[in-house]
Design a protein around this ligand. Structure first.
Ligand code: ATP
Ligand code: MG
Ligand code: MG
Ligand code: MG
Length: 477
C-alpha cells in the first residue's frame, strides 16, 4: 500500500465519519511561538486550548511536520524523520474518549477492503494513564486484551501546555513487530529495548483544567466544560508497517533517494552499518529540504533558514563521506520530488525555484569545503614537519569553528593521510564554545522559545552549534 494511499484512506475514512477535512498548513508554523509545524494540532491550538471556537466540531487532516529535535535520531532509529506527515483527527466538544478510541481501533484493524488498514488487532499494545479507568474499560470493550494495556504514570503519558489550563491523559497505540525485533514487553512497559514496539498513534484526551505546578506536579482542578480530542498518527510509520520494510526510510516516498545514493556512490545499502545510516540521513534530509523550500523557506543563518542550511549541508557532507565528491543535489532532489509529488503536486509547479535554491546552497557549501581543505593541508603539513603524528585539537577546532569544516570530514581526511586527530581536545574546545554560546543566548533570551504547546517539543536545539561556520559562509557568498 503506497503512502499516498494510506493518506487517502485516512481522509476518506474521517470524511465518512463526519469530519471536515482541513488541508495541511504550511511547515512554517501558523503559531508564531513555534518555528515549524511540529504536529497536526498546531493549526488548531486556539480550538484545543479554548481561546477560539472551531467552525467545525470534527476535523481531520494530513499535516506536514518538521521536528528538528529528532535530527540526531534520523537514520539510527527506524522511526524518526526530520520531515514526516502526521495524520490527525480532532474533536472540539463533540465525541470524546470512547469515540476517539472507536475511530482509531476501526481504522487500524477494520478490513482493508472497506478502506481501513487491516492490521491484526492482536498486535496492538496501548499505553494509558494509570488513573484513566474509562480508557482502560473502553479499550477492553473494543477488544484490546487487558494484558496489552499498559498503565503509565502522569510523567510518562499526560499532555499539558506547560501552564495552567487544559491538560489530559493520552492513549498511545504501539504495534508489536514481532520477536525478531527485540525482547517482549513485560512489567508495565512497551519500551523493553529494541525496535519491537512501534508507537504509531497518540490519542490525547484534553479533559481537565489543571492548576499551577512545575513539570507534571500540578492539581487537576476539574473536568473541562468543553473537552477536546487531539490525535496524531505517523503516516510514514504506518506505511513502513504496511509495506513490510524495516524502517520509515525504506518506504516508497523516501527509498528512491537511497537507491540513487547507492548508484552514485557505488556502495550497497545493507552492506555496512555506517554507510546505511548515512544513506538514510541523506534520504531524510533531502526530502525535508525539498518540503521546506517548497513551503518558501530559504537557507540563512538563523531560525528556519538555518535549519534548512544545516539539512542541505548534512546531506552533502554525508554524500562526501560515501565517497561522492561531485554536486549531489541535482541528482538527489529531483528523485525526492518525483517520490513526493503524488501527494504534493505543487512541488512540480515550483520545481525550478526549489531546485535553484537547493543547488545554490550546495555550491556555497562546496566553496566552504574547498577553502577548509586548503587550511587542512597546511595544518597536516605543519604536524608532519613537527614530527607529531597528530593534528592538534586546536587546529581541528579552528577548521570547524572558523572555516566551517565538519569534524567527521577532518577525521576522514586525516585518516587517509595516516595522521591522527587529537579528538579529545577538539571535543573539549567544542564544549567550551557551546557553553559560551549558551551563556550568550541566555543573556539575549527571547526568540522562538518553545512555549510547551505540544508535549516535549523544543525547536531551538542546536542553533548555536555551528556559529562561525555561518560567518564563513556569509564571507564567501
Ligand atoms: P516517539 O516516542 O517515537 O519519538 P512521539 O511520542 O515523540 O514519538 P508524538 O508527539 O506522540 O510522537 O506524535 C504523534 C505521532 O507522530 C507518533 O505516534 C508517531 O507516529 C508520529 N511521529 C512523531 N515524531 C515523528 C518523527 N520524527 N518521524 C515520524 N513520525 C513521527
Ligand atoms: Mg519523539
Ligand atoms: Mg513517544
Ligand atoms: Mg507520543
Amino acid at each position: 500500500m503506497q503512502t499516498s494511499e494510506i493518506a487517502n484512506r485516512w481522509v476518506d475514512y474521517f470524511a465518512k465519519n463526519d469530519h471536515h477535512i482541513a488541508p495541511s498548513a504550511s511547515l512554517v508554523s501558523p503559531d508564531p511561538s513555534l518555528l515549524f509545524t511540529v504536529a497536526g494540532m498546531v493549526p488548531f491550538i486556539p480550538y484545543i486550548i479554548g481561546t477560539d471556537t472551531s467552525p467545525h466540531p470534527r476535523i481531520a487532516s494530513v499535516q506536514k511536520c518538521i521536528r528538528t529535535k529528532d535530527i540526531e535520531e534520523v537514520g539510527k532509529t527506524t522511526r524518526h524523520g526530520t520531515f514526516f506527515q502526521m495524520l490527525g483527527n480532532f474533536s472540539f466538544g463533540d465525541y470524546f474518549k470512547e469515540g476517539a478510541i472507536d475511530l482509531a481501533f476501526r481504522f487500524l484493524t477494520g478490513p482493508e477492503s472497506e478502506g481501513n488498514l487491516g492490521f491484526d488487532p492482536e498486535r496492538f499494545w496501548v499505553t494509558i494513564w494509570n488513573e484513566d479507568e474509562a480508557a482502560f474499560s473502553h479499550l477492553k470493550s473494543v477488544g484490546v486484551d487487558p494484558s496489552r494495556i499498559v498503565k503509565l504514570t502522569r510523567e510518562e503519558n499526560f499532555w499539558d501546555t506547560g501552564q495552567p489550563g487544559p491538560a489530559g491523559p493520552c492513549a498511545e497505540w504501539h504495534y508489536d513487530r514481532g520477536p525478531e525485533f527485540g525482547p517482549e514487553a513485560v512489567g508495565g512497559t512497551v519500551d523493553p529495548g529494541g525496535d519491537r514496539y512501534l508507537e504509531v498513534w497518540n490519542l490525547v484526551f484534553d479533559q481537565f483544567l489543571r492548576g499551577e505546578g512545575a513539570g507534571k506536579d500540578y492539581p487537576l482542578i476539574r473536568e473541562l466544560d468543553q473537552k477536546a480530542i487531539d490525535t496524531g498518527a505517523g503516516l510514514e510509520r504506518l506505511a513502513y508497517l504496511k509495506q513490510g520494510v524495516a524502517n520509515m526510510y525504506e518506504i516508497d516516498e523516501v527509498f528512491p533517494v537511497i537507491a540513487k545514493a547507492q548508484e552514485l556512490s557505488g556502495r550497497t545499502y545493507g552492506a555496512d552499518a555506517t554507510d546505511d545510516v548515512r544513506m538514510r540521513v541523506i534520504a531524510d534530509h533531502v526530502r525535508s529540504s525539498l518540503m521546506l523550500i517548497g513551503d518558501g523557506v530559504t537557507p540563512g543563518n538563523e531560525g528556519r533558514g538555518y535549519v534548512l542550511r544545516r539539512l542541505i549541508r548534512r546531506s552533502v557532507r554525508a554524500m562526501k563521506l560515501l565517497g561522492v565528491d561531485e554536486r549531489t543535489m541535482p541528482e538527489l532532489l529531483p528523485v525526492s520530488l518525483e517520490a513526493m509529488k503524488a501527494s504534493y503536486p505543487e512541488l512540480e509547479t515550483n520545481r525550478a525555484k526549489i531546485e535553484a535554491v537547493a543547488y545554490t546552497e550546495e555550491d556555497a557549501f562546496r566553496r566552504t569545503l574547498a577553502q577548509g581543505t586548503t587550511i587542512f593541508d597546511v595544518a597536516v603539513g605543519k604536524a608532519k614537519e613537527a614530527g607529531t603524528p597528530a593534528l592538534s585539537g586546536a587546529d581541528a577546532f579552528t577548521l570547524h569553528d572558523t572555516y566551517g569544516f565538519p569534524i567527521d570530514i577532518t577525521l576522514e581526511m586525516a585518516a587517509e593521510q595516516g595522521v591522527q586527530v587529537d579528538e579529545a581536545k577538539f571535543r573539549e574546545l567544542m564544549k567550551e564554545q557551546k557553553e559560551r554560546a549558551r551563556a550568550d543566548a541566555k543573556a539575549k533570551k527571547g526568540g522562538h522559545a518553545d512555549v510547551g504547546v505540544y508535549q516535549g517539543i523544543k525547536e531551538d536545539e542546536g542553533a548555536t552549534e555551528f556559529r562561525a561556520y555561518e560567518e564563513l559562509t556569509t564571507a564567501t557568498e
